[in-house]
Design a protein around this ligand. Sequence first.
Ligand code: NAD
Length: 487
Amino acid sequence: MKEYRLYLNGEWLETEGHFEVENPAKEEVIARCAVAQEDEVRQAVEAAREAFPSWSGKSAEERGELLTAVADQLIEEMDELAGLEAQETGRSIKEILAHDLPATADLFQYFAGIAPAVFGETIPVPGEYLNYTRREPLGVVAGITPWNFPLWLGALKIAPALAAGNTMVVKPASLTPLTMLELARIMEEVGAPPGVFNVVTGPGAQTGQLLVAHPGVDKVSFTGETRTGTQVMTEAAKHIARVSLELGGKSPNIVFADCDFDKAVSFALLAIFFAQGQMCTAGSRLLVEKSIHERFVAALVERAVKLVIGDPLEMETEFGPLASKAQLEKVEHYVTRAVAEGAQLVLGGQRPKGAQFERGYYFEPTIFDNVRNDQTIACDEVFGPVLSVIPFEGEEEAVRLANDTEYGLAAGIWTRDLGRAHRVAHSVKAGKIWINCYNLFPPAAPFGGFKKSGFGRELGLHSLLDLYTEVKDIQIDLSRDYFDWFI
Ligand code: NAD
């Protein structure tokens, strides 16, 4: 079993308290990690503060060199890191190798490349003045991340924050902290100056809370549940730390009768069953136009039963266990409740049978049909492999149902009618819209939520400039004379 310490100020620090990390496929402990208490959190923030003047004083190109070296090392260690991430998350190694690791390396490359794009503007003002702005880094950024995509969602924060000249303290989720700690090792190996990047581990309500509350933190970049986001925002407000929140979702995936039928079926499966549905953008409400509804559900079920459920470390596995016992119990609770509320179970709804599933938090891909949008299963974020199919009639009803949610993270639209695709995209209140595709996150395109899905846009120039820099305006008098107000 591997032992991990905290990574503070370029050193690995042992603590008194510990917690264990479990492989959800085997229900076995795979690592022991340190709990950062008040003193260690303080040390981490102080180290980041101390490193800030020197790191922010480097040129964007120099900072970019470090990020490029991180990207290269991630590619070098891709297989080992993917194996570790599969063991801590329960997600299939096939998925992690195809998406998470390359996407994480891409993010470091991308932000290394656009780091020099942080510059100000010259503003014409009346009188003989020169007015210009500077984009300055904020200082110490606390990155708090969830358990579902540990490295990739971490990189969404780390790459732009460091590129812009900030220093960081990252608090990964306690279920899956291991690859983030490996990233700290990579930072050390490629020569990140001490204090520029620090990782503290421990329970969110303890270590996370202490980090957010620390007055030396200038910005909190949080990804997680909407309820936790509220707590984080409240705590950060006490010392006016800047906050950006990437929170939950209940995304509508809207299928019109004129869609490319096979492609829409295939992507409806990807939208809900990628990462066992444990994805903030999961297309968990599938709105299907009534005229094709029955045929569409039949095709979905026919495809979904063929998903290969199994050990995440096997290359043929497409669908692993859920991330934890608590997650499994949560999904079971929602399924029981959906049945009680009258939703029609057409697939799954239980743990898979067979000796290989006796250990591990496995749950079958599950589809409910003829769900009403006001039923619990269609309102709450299940964060599991449970799809609610909701039939609709016409464009107006589709938009009304899509928007009838407290969330606004993402939406899918499937139609061959170009005008309708754009009309619906403009009417749906969500930060990310995919037309005839789903779950694509190019590094240059902004991503974030409307409504209770949070605020602030990660990815792209938006995150570099808006989330990790502050604007300073400078005005210079160019005239020979001066105006004496009191004469
Ligand atoms: P969570 O809110 O339980 O935890 C997220 C992080 O916050 C963890 O590191 C946790 O330890 C920490 N934390 C918990 N309480 C805290 C507190 N009081 N102060 C500071 N930190 C605290 O979320 P989770 O269960 O890890 O992740 C699942 C949730 O994340 C889902 O709701 C999902 O939709 C959301 N999510 C959103 C996005 C997005 O980009 N919008 C991406 C992935 C996941």
